[in-house]
Design a protein around this ligand. Structure first.
Ligand SMILES: [Zn+2]
Length: 408
């Protein structure tokens, strides 16, 4: 049974700090009075928090606005250089890292060639990328929040240890976060790629400020998954596997899936099926731009895939809308832009909505970030989300071994 935990004063303060940051992030620059109105916090509480956030460089005051009577109004905004984060990504042939600031802008990036690495090969490469990124850009190291990694795969035993990137050998049950923390002495957060993508869209993308949306993630290396924000909460499910929609059956007795069932969504919509239709065998070994160009040049193969993908995707969107009543569905992912654009165009018109007469302010389906940087920017968003989102307990915080093991 789940118990409801109380909050002590320190937790409440931390929560209120996050609420203030979130208010400014979603609304733009705000005065103390405006923050108090939006957050239902007292003006005194808001003043204290704003002062504290300004002292720690997370907020900066803008030019004062004179008003007819009384004190001029000072709006506060997020300071992009108030905090930094590193995102890491692993492919079969490429390990990559980006350093981003608090606004999600990329300050430095590093790519390294790898060859189907197991964890013992990949960890030192990641550690070197983290070190080199910090040297490639001049910033206050105390403001580095940590490192995020987005990996495909599922969770097991409620932990972040059982992700198996790209079905490469050796990754099953490998404690990625703990091992990398040991090497670099910084907090490391590992997330499923679809969840990381959803967080990226909520912080910086088309879903900014939305409380409820379902994010459909098409992975460049194969499958389809979903990340969900419901009523402002990142929803992960009782075993952190919510959003494994690739294995919803859309065609009873249909094609055999790797999971053992028949007719799973994955077997029709996922990029790996697209690559089959396009006759591309080694998609994961290709340069992402070359792959995108190959797809764009083969319109017949693309049409073959779209013809079988569109109906199952439409059916899935219908189901997600009816089950969760989100404000919108966001389609995005690290799959090549040529695939995503084709799919987004052809999937319309969607099935009849539950309330056809309703006037919608937000479209039912939106296209988010796509292409090769999607996963890595989502990864870099993890530490920032974890430090600044009011729903601060939703990401699993690994035990930080900073001081004790930093030497290594
Ligand atoms: Zn399946």
């Amino acid at each position: 049974m789940k118990t409801i935990s109380g909050t002590n004063l320190e937790q409440a303060k931390s929560h209120n700090r996050r609420v203030v940051i979130e208010a400014i992030r979603t609304n733009g620059p705000l005065s103390r009075a405006a923050i108090a109105r939006l957050t239902a916090l007292t003006t005194q509480t808001v003043s204290n928090i704003v002062e504290e956030l300004a002292r720690s460089h997370l907020l900066i005051p803008m030019e004062a606005q004179k008003i007819a009577r009384g004190q001029p109004i000072i709006p506060y905004t997020i300071n992009p250089s108030g905090a930094y984060s590193i995102g890491l990504e692993l492919g079969r042939q490429r390990a990559a890292g980006v350093l981003t600031d608090l606004s999600g802008t990329v300050c430095a990036r590093i790519d390294r060639h790898v060859d189907r690495p197991g964890p013992t090969e990949a960890m030192p490469v990641f550690a070197a990328i983290v070190r080199d990124l910090q040297e490639a850009f001049s910033f206050d190291r105390d403001r580095l929040l940590g490192v995020g990694i987005a990996l495909p795969g599922r969770y097991a035993d409620g932990g972040v240890t059982s992700l198996s990137p790209l079905n490469l050998p050796g990754w099953q049950n490998f404690p990625v976060a703990r091992e990398l923390e040991r090497l670099i002495g910084l907090p490391v957060l590992v997330e499923n790629d679809a969840t990381a993508g959803a967080i990226g869209e909520r912080l910086y993308g088309v879903a900014r400020g939305l409380g409820s949306f379902v994010y459909l993630f098409l992975a460049g290396d194969g499958g389809i998954g979903a990340g969900m924000f419901l009523d402002g909460h990142l929803y992960k499910g009782s075993r952190a596997n919510a959003g494994e929609i690739g294995h919803i059956i859309v065609e009873p007795h249909g094609r055999l899936c790797t999971c053992g069932k028949r007719g799973c969504l994955d077997r029709y919509v996922s990029p790996s099926v697209a690559y089959e239709c396009l006759g591309i065998e080694d998609a994961q070994e290709l340069d992402p731009d070359d792959l995108d160009a190959m797809i764009a040049a083969n319109s017949r193969g693309l049409q073959t895939w779209l013809e079988q993908a569109v109906q199952p995707l439409r059916q899935t969107i219908d189901f997600l809308e009816l089950a969760f009543d989100p404000q919108t569905i966001v389609l995005g992912g690290s799959a090549p832009p040529s695939l995503m654009t084709g799919l987004a165009e052809r999937v319309e018109p969607l099935h009849i909505p539950v309330n056809p007469m309703e006037e919608r302010k937000i479209p039912r389906l939106m296209v988010g970030a796509t292409g090769k940087d999607t996963a890595i920017l989502g990864a870099a968003a993890l530490p920032i989300f974890s430090e600044t989102n009011p729903q601060f307990d939703v990401l699993q915080k690994p035990i930080i071994h900073r001081a004790a093991e930093q030497a290594g």
